[in-house]
Ligand binder design. Structure first.
Ligand code: ZN
Length: 80
């Protein structure tokens, strides 16, 4: 299996109240996603997902990953 490391883009806003300015980093998590196979090799992508906490409403949430299905741990192009 081919493995790739990447970091989530930080364009964060609170998923609960929409605040952008009052976020602070609250740890991170490494999550493995599967992508389209290349030359019959499975491709895994390790994504470092920063975790944030919102000072406005105390919600904690992970960086959103628009190209990934975070519940099934696959990239969207693998589904489509
Ligand atoms: Zn909030």
């Amino acid at each position: 299996m081919l493995l790739v490391n990447t970091t989530a883009l930080s364009s964060s806003h609170c998923s609960k109240c929409g605040t952008v300015a009052n976020l602070y980093k609250h740890g991170k998590k490494k999550q493995l996603f599967f992508d389209l196979p290349i030359h019959a090799n499975r491709v895994g992508i390790y994504v470092n997902r920063p975790r944030y906490k919102c000072k406005e409403c105390n919600e904690t949430f992970f960086e959103n990953l628009p190209n990934m299905d975070v519940h099934r741990s696959v990239t969207n192009r693998l589904i489509n």
